[in-house]
Design a binder for this molecule. Structure first.
Ligand code: PGA
Length: 246
């Protein structure tokens, strides 16, 4: 944790569930949200943002999307613009998740443009970075993350960073606590160097196979200011248990 920074536990629901299931999950998170030491955010698929936001109105649980387009509007079939997400009730948007970088060839420059669009629409960007297993084996983890940060973040960045080693996502494997602390320390140093006092308190989330059993130890590490949780966020009790461990 970073002193003075309230942790954020964010659920990335990915491409799961019906609208009814998403609403029920949101309601269960809402029911357990009071008195937790962390802020909560849930990120359903585009189609469910408005419905989940309706369930969470007046609660401390925020809603985010999992991507947005870099343009505010226009002829972009199949895409969703940041102002549309804001209009639907989202306050946050995940950008540059490794699944989008892989599935859709998103580059650092594309992520940066989306972060600019998100901020212009009043959304808080949650920008993801993280190395592949091959990059880690080659000793390049820190260099890859530094490059992604340098090139994915706009100059006036006010958002959240999520460090998600690609090989830890959905695999049940996590880096050692020392490795997590080392990368988070590198990210903090880069943010502080580039953004000054704001960078010293930017939230840096860890993501990748976070669950109730490992959350407490990970969330206690320096510069780990919360988590971006995939699989475990689909079970309200697990998501809330992670938040309780913050
Ligand atoms: P996981 O996913 O918790 O299922 O590993 C994390 C993520 O991709 O954000």
């Amino acid at each position: 944790m970073t002193p003075g920074v309230k942790p954020l536990i964010a659920g990335n629901w990915k491409m799961h569930g019906t609208l009814a299931e998403a609403a029920a999950l949101a309601q269960a998170v809402r029911d357990g949200a009071d008195g937790l030491p962390a802020e909560l955010l849930v990120c359903p698929t585009f189609l469910h943002v408005a419905g989940v936001a309706a369930v969470l109105t007046g609660s401390p649980v925020a809603v985010g999307a999992q991507d947005c387009h870099a343009a505010a509007k226009g002829a972009h079939t199949g895409d969703v613009a940041a102002p549309m997400l804001r209009d639907a009730g989202a306050t946050h948007v995940i950008l540059g998740h490794s699944e989008r970088r892989t599935d859709h060839g998103e580059t650092d420059a594309a992520v940066r443009a989306k972060a600019v669009a998100a901020a212009a629409a009043g959304l808080i960007p949650v920008v993801c970075v993280g190395e592949t297993e091959a990059e880690r084996r080659a000793g390049q983890a820190e260099a890859v993350v530094e490059r992604q940060l340098a090139e994915s973040l706009p100059d006036a960045f006010a958002g959240v960073i999520a460090y998600e080693p690609v090989w830890a996502i959905g695999t049940g494997r996590t880096p050692t606590e020392a490795d997590i602390a080392a990368i988070h320390g590198v990210i903090r140093a880069r943010l502080a160097a580039r953004f000054g006092a704001a960078g010293a308190t930017t939230r840096i989330l860890y993501g990748g196979s976070m669950k109730p059993g490992n959350a407490k130890a990970i969330l206690a590490l320096p510069n780990v200011d919360g988590g971006l949780v995939g699989g475990a966020s689909l079970v309200a009790a697990d998501f809330l248990a992670i938040a309780a461990a913050a």
